[in-house]
Design a protein around this ligand. Sequence first.
Ligand SMILES: *[C@@H]1O[C@H](CO)[C@@H](O)[C@H](O)[C@H]1NC(C)=O
Length: 139
Amino acid sequence: MELVLVSLCLLTFTGKTFGDKPDQTPITIKEDENVILPCSFSTSLTDKRIDWKKDGEDVFLYEMGEVNPSSQDEQFKGRISHFPDEVKSGNASITIKQAKVSDSGTYTCLYLNQGQTLPSGTHQIVLTVGEYFYRTLKD
Ligand SMILES: *[C@@H]1O[C@H](CO)[C@@H](O)[C@H](O)[C@H]1NC(C)=O
């Protein structure tokens, strides 16, 4: 339990390094469920870069109108999908298939304009996948 609290503090802290404090949406689900991590911006994203990270790991990258899986972390391979038809209306949401306890953490969704290195918009999702609760209750 202590470990969980410590890592939550760290996550909160790293979230702040983005400057403006991003919106945070908490989501709690059970293990093995599919979960949509919602993220949308009020601009078309077809010509932008969409970047999802979890605590520094690469979750999902979309650039030049295509998904780029080259730097995706092993843990997420084959388990992430997005909504290609919705990208033009600013919807950068992704789905994680069969969430695992180890998927829990803070996800950052951001978009960048071509040639820029600073995000033009950022959202965060704090995902908790079931088992933590059961563990806490049993301990
Ligand atoms: C994004 O698109 C998906 C699939 O159509 C939908 O379920 C979700 O509600 C949309 N999210 C937003 C924020 O519009």
